[in-house]
Design a protein around this ligand. Structure first.
Ligand code: ADP
Ligand code: MG
Length: 242
């Protein structure tokens, strides 16, 4: 069964159609890369899935449950989804460990010692164990983004949404974040990621979706969409960026 099924998503901002009947299905353990020009609707799609935006039409199912139903509690849904943004959004007044344990303690009501043990274990695994008691401003951008990913993982999500997570990083720091996403894929995490890194999309994605004006214009294995696109708009986009 699919982890995520989006059907006919429609979203307007003040009469401007941003998602225009968008369909997307993500199977368990699958990695889907969203590509497309700035303004094509990638972030809006991810925000709709995490119920940060209200839909004008369409449905979203997570593990078969219709989460776009207005009667569904958005906080309960967000506990099952990990979202990471371009700007890491760590709390500057909290240490790395406190950032990572905040949601497990407050939202999941995990005991402090238990949440901290799990957080230290996650940080160790990504080579950030020594930074547990540091404040975010003492970390590089790449380290901060890795902490943001660990924080999202601490909720043990069913689905990770990653929105241009390397776009704000200096080029030499991009690799360590991509390596972490590669490891997540190897662990079987189901992910939807918006990215400008075509080389990475080709390597890590099972499916690439090209968005244009709020629609999936072309979707398929990376070799096909990036290597032999059938749609003129996909070809035009790839010519511009490669
Ligand atoms: P992408 O992530 O692909 O660059 P976005 O989803 O951020 O695209 O934006 C798609 C379009 O929606 C853009 O034209 C953007 O200006 C518009 N948009 C996004 N969020 C809002 C908002 N909160 N209010 C008004 N317009 C928005
Ligand atoms: Mg965006």
């Amino acid at each position: 069964m699919a982890v995520l099924t989006c059907r006919g998503l429609r979203k307007e901002f003040g009469g401007h159609v941003v998602l225009d009947g968008l369909d997307l299905t993500v199977a368990e353990h699958q990695v889907v890369a969203l590509i497309g020009a700035s303004g094509s609707g990638k972030s809006t799609l991810l925000r709709c899935v995490n119920l940060l935006e209200e839909l004008d039409d369409g449905t979203i199912e997570l593990d078969g449950e219709e989460i776009s139903d207005p009667r569904v509690d958005p906080d309960r849904v967000r506990r099952r989804i990990g979202m990471v943004f371009q700007s890491y959004n760590l709390f500057p007044h909290l240490t790395v460990l406190q950032n990572v344990t905040l949601a497990p303690r407050r939202v999941h009501r995990r005991a402090r010692a238990d949440a901290e043990a799990q957080a230290r274990d996650l940080l160790d695994r990504v080579g950030l164990g020594a930074k547990a008691d540091a404040y975010p401003d003492r970390l590089s951008g790449g380290q901060q983004q890795r902490v943001a990913i660990v924080r999202a993982l601490a909720n043990q999500p069913r689905l990770m949404l990653l929105d241009e997570v390397t776009s704000a990083l200096d080029p030499e720091l991009v690799g360590e974040v991509l390596a972490m996403i590669r490891d997540l894929k190897a662990d079987g995490m189901t992910m939807v990621l918006a990215t400008h890194e075509m080389g990475f999309a080709r390597e890590v994605a099972d499916q690439v979706c090209f968005l244009d004006s709020g629609r999936v214009v072309e979707a398929g294995p990376p070799g096909q969409v990036l290597g032999e696109p059938t749609q003129p708009r996909t070809r035009q986009f790839l010519r511009r960026i490669i």
